[in-house]
Design a protein around this ligand. Sequence first.
Ligand SMILES: NC(=O)c1ccc[n+]([C@@H]2O[C@H](COP(=O)([O-])OP(=O)(O)OC[C@H]3O[C@@H](n4cnc5c(N)ncnc54)[C@H](OP(=O)(O)O)[C@@H]3O)[C@@H](O)[C@H]2O)c1
Length: 336
Amino acid sequence: MKTKTQQASWFEYDHYGDADVLSMRTAELPPPAPGEISVEIIATGINHMEVFLRNGRETSWTDDPWPRRSGSDFAGIVTAVAADTVGIRPGAEVVGHVRAGAHATRMNVPVGAVTPKPRGVPWEVAGGLYLAGATALDTLDELQIGSGDTVVISAAAGGVGSIEAQIAKHRGARVIGTCGERNFDYLRQLGIRPVKYGDGIVDRIRRAAEGPVHAYIDNFGKDGREIADELGVAPTRYRSSADRRDVELRLLEDDEASVAHGTAQLTRLLDLAQRGAFRLLVSGMYPLDELVEAYEDLAKLHSRGKVVLATNPVSRYRTLRARDVHEAMNSGYGAG
Ligand SMILES: NC(=O)c1ccc[n+]([C@@H]2O[C@H](COP(=O)([O-])OP(=O)(O)OC[C@H]3O[C@@H](n4cnc5c(N)ncnc54)[C@H](OP(=O)(O)O)[C@@H]3O)[C@@H](O)[C@H]2O)c1
C-alpha cells in the first residue's frame, strides 16, 4: 500500500545559545522505520532542562550530533505505523516522550515510547506531562513518600513541584510547599500547606509541620541542604536540585530500558491524572511557532503549573496570566 507523504515542521538549533537559536525547519516526514510510529503532535511541553541543554549549562550531551532538536513531552494522534508494529493503529490517541524533537508538528518515535491517552485527560495536560511528572514520580518513589510522612517540597507551585506535592498528598503524606505569597491560595486549594520562601523559612516550616519533618525535596536549588539539616531531615530522605538534574537526564536517555521506564511512569501518571489524584494546571498556552516566547515566559521562574505549546490552537487570544498581574502590581501599575 502506498503511504501518503506528510510534511513535518520541527524546531532545531545548530549551536549553543538562548532561545533565539531555535529555528523551525520543514521537510517531508519519512515513513516510520521498523518498530516506529508516526505521530501528529497536538500538544507539547517545555522544561528548564531543555534550556540548560540548549544553552550549554548542561554539558552531558556533548556527543549528541548537530543540529539538535528540542522538546521531550508530547501528546498526539498516530498517523502511520511500520509494517512490523502490532497493537497500535492510525487514529490512536497517545502520550509519549523522546530525548529531543517533540517541539514539532509531526515526528516518528519508537512504539515503546508512547502509551494510550485516557479520554479524561485533556490534550494540553497530557502533552506537558512527561518530564515534570516522571521526575516527580521517580523522586517520590525513591524517597518512598507515603502515609505518616511530613514532606517539604520547594517551588511547590511550579511544574514539577505541583505534581510532586499533589501525588505526595494523594499517598497520604502531610505536604508543606514553599512558594511566593501569590501562590498561597493555589496551594491551599490543593490541600498543600504553603510557606513563603526566604529569611525565617525554617521557623515557618516548623509551625506548618506541627511535628517532625521527615523528607525534603529541593526543586529550586537554594539553601535546601541547610534548611533540611536544621529541620532534622535524614540525609537519605533529602533530594537536592542536583539530584533532580540526574533524574531528569536519566529520563531523557534513549536506550530501551530507560525508554520503557519512562513510558511506565507516564502510564502511571496518566492513570493518577484520570483518577483525579492530581490536576496539572496549564498556566501558559502558546502556539508552537511562539516557542521562543514560551521559553521567555518559563525563564521568569514564576510559572504556576506548566507552560505548554499547541500545534493547532483554536485561538491565538491570550488571557492575562496571574504572574503578569503580579508583576504589574509590583511595578506600580494598579497600585492606586
Ligand atoms: N538543578 C537542575 O538541573 C534543575 C533542573 C530543572 C529545574 N531546575 C530548577 O528548579 C526550579 C523549579 O523547576 P520547575 O520545572 O518546577 O520550574 P517552574 O515550573 O518554572 O517553577 C517555577 C516555580 O518556582 C517558584 N520559585 C521561584 N523562586 C523561588 C524560590 N526562591 N524558592 C522556591 N520556589 C521559588 C515559583 O513560585 P512563586 O511564583 O510562588 O515564586 C514557581 O512556582 C526552577 O528554578 C528550575 O530552574 C533545576
